[in-house]
Write a protein that binds this ligand. Structure first.
Ligand SMILES: N=c1c2ncn([C@@H]3O[C@H](COP(=O)(O)OP(=O)(O)OP(=O)(O)O)[C@@H](O)[C@H]3O)c2ncn1[C@@H]1O[C@H](COP(=O)(O)O)[C@@H](O)[C@H]1O
Length: 105
């Protein structure tokens, strides 16, 4: 896994025991799944708006927000970001069109 994602994943794990008044991530965990999902939804919408707007810096910034909040969601649910990367790894060399055709058979 990318070094940054791995380090972030470790920090997100450590934040499970942190003080919500001192950590944004601990605060999100303490607010619960619905609040985390609300942030994921907001960041997804902001990413779409940025992409439509075409400002490259904004697109990168909003996508980072979306990835970050998606990682918080996975961790909150006891899943590892590594599992998503492994799924992408599994799909290597598998055409999306072929996969769809097999699924629809
Ligand atoms: N990568 C991030 C990261 N990306 C975005 N954010 C926060 O996510 C929030 C994004 O929400 P919005 O843009 O909607 O801004 P907002 O209005 O302030 O947010 P809300 O009040 O609506 O929640 C902001 O508060 C950002 O600071 C992040 N907060 C933390 N991290 C990483 O997580 C680590 C742990 O953070 P703490 O738990 O705060 O120590 C940090 O060291 C970083 O590596």
């Amino acid at each position: 896994m990318s070094d940054v994602l791995e380090k972030l994943s470790q920090v997100l794990e450590e934040r499970k025991g942190a003080d919500p008044d001192k950590s944004y991530v601990a605060k999100l965990y303490s607010k619960g799944l619905d609040s985390i999902l609300k942030k994921v939804g907001e960041e997804a919408t902001e990413t779409v708006i940025a992409a439509k707007g075409g400002n490259r810096e904004e697109i990168v910034y909003e996508t980072a927000d979306l990835w970050f909040h998606s990682m918080v969601m996975l961790k909150h649910l006891g899943l590892e970001p590594e599992q998503v990367l492994m799924e992408l790894q599994r799909r290597f060399g598998l055409s999306g069109l072929e996969e769809k055709e097999n699924r629809e058979k």
